[in-house]
Ligand binder design. Structure first.
Ligand code: HSE
Length: 325
């Protein structure tokens, strides 16, 4: 049987992490897939990449035909891949463009899509679901919330459960910064630099610090649950300039909350006996309030190269299973 072809768009930290993980595990998992194309604005258009491409990709120089950003939709459309994996950077001011155009183009040209980019999902959820229905192709985006740690996908294991509200720590960078400030007395700037070195922060780290990244994740979770929260009108505050000494013996965390009527992201002081107060470093947490189970709390890594690659692998296996039926 012919291998399922994968096109990767965006070959930075997450793209490379996924390529590496896939190369490592596909034999063991019996996945009949092959990455046939990579499109990256710095590294070019690479056809049939070999595993050795990883060493060269890290340096960020051109490895294939030069690609202009406005050519990317045409290249996606012309690609004969079965699945497109989209890993470009989050851009909030353009409301998730150009990634939304890449995803829409892939669906229209008959490809299933996987993305780790929060922008197109948070800003264009309805349009993507409509395109998915119209073209009969799947849209998967597990990596947008809590990387490879189960988050909204855990609801697939809980048929009939109704989510009444959720509360969580959804940004790894700010949680890492706060932990380093509390535990090691690091300054805000030094802790941020470390988070950037470890690959947790967004290309534009103000998206993390000012709470927008967590807000988009709150919107994505809400949309999956069926609530229609939007960034406009949502209370969003981050941790820029925070003084952790001002909270007494409470532990301040950047908390995301939503129920069907409201959604917000802001620093909240937690009691030391609250389990969320002990979620440290780049860990994320999601506490779901369900009518059937009461409170269910999931804690796990929410950012990083391989942590996010795990989410893409989860989505890929999900799509491959669906393609078999
Ligand atoms: N910058 C994000 C974070 C990456 O720190 O959580 C994962 O979405």
């Amino acid at each position: 049987m012919q291998a399922i072809r994968i096109l990767i768009v965006g070959f930075g930290n997450v793209g490379q992490g996924f390529f590496e993980l896939l190369t490592r595990v596909k034999g063991r998992l019996g996945l009949n897939v092959v990455v046939t194309e990579i499109i990256d604005r710095r590294r070019g258009h690479i056809i049939n990449p070999k595993p050795s491409i990883l060493n060269e990709a890290i340096q960020g120089r051109l490895l294939g035909d030069k690609v202009e950003v406005d050519e990317i939709p045409r290249l996606i459309s012309e690609s004969n891949a079965d699945i497109m994996c989209e890993f470009t950077d989050l851009v909030v001011r353009s409301k998730g463009e150009p990634a939304f155009t890449y995803l829409a183009t892939a669906l229209r040209s008959g490809k299933h899509v996987i993305t780790t980019n929060k922008g197109p999902i948070a800003f264009h959820y309805d349009e993507l679901m409509e395109l998915s229905r119209r073209y009969g192709k799947l849209v998967r985006f597990k990596g947008t919330v809590m990387a490879g740690t189960p988050s909204f996908n855990i609801l697939n294991l809980l048929p009939g459960a109704h989510v009444e509200s959720f509360m969580g720590i959804l940004n790894g960078t700010t949680n890492f910064i706060l932990t380093k400030m509390y535990e090691e007395g690091l300054s805000f700037d030094d802790a941020l630099r470390l988070a950037q070195q470890l690959g947790y922060a967004e290309a534009d780290p103000s998206l993390d610090i000012d709470g927008l990244d967590a807000a988009l994740k709150t919107i994505i979770l809400s949309r999956v649950i069926g609530w229609k929260h939007e960034l406009e009108g949502m209370e969003v505050r981050g941790i820029r300039g925070i003084d952790i000494r001002g909270y007494g013996d409470k532990v301040v965390k950047l908390i995301a909350y939503a129920d069907k009527d409201k959604a917000y992201v802001k620093p909240i002081p937690l009691d030391k006996n609250d389990i969320l107060a002990h979620v440290s470093r780049n860990l994320n947490a999601l506490r779901l309030r369900l009518d059937t189970l009461g409170e269910l709390t999931i804690i796990g890594p929410g950012a990083g190269r391989y942590e996010t690659a795990q989410a893409v692998l989860t989505d890929l296996v999900d799509i491959l299973n669906a393609m078999r039926h």
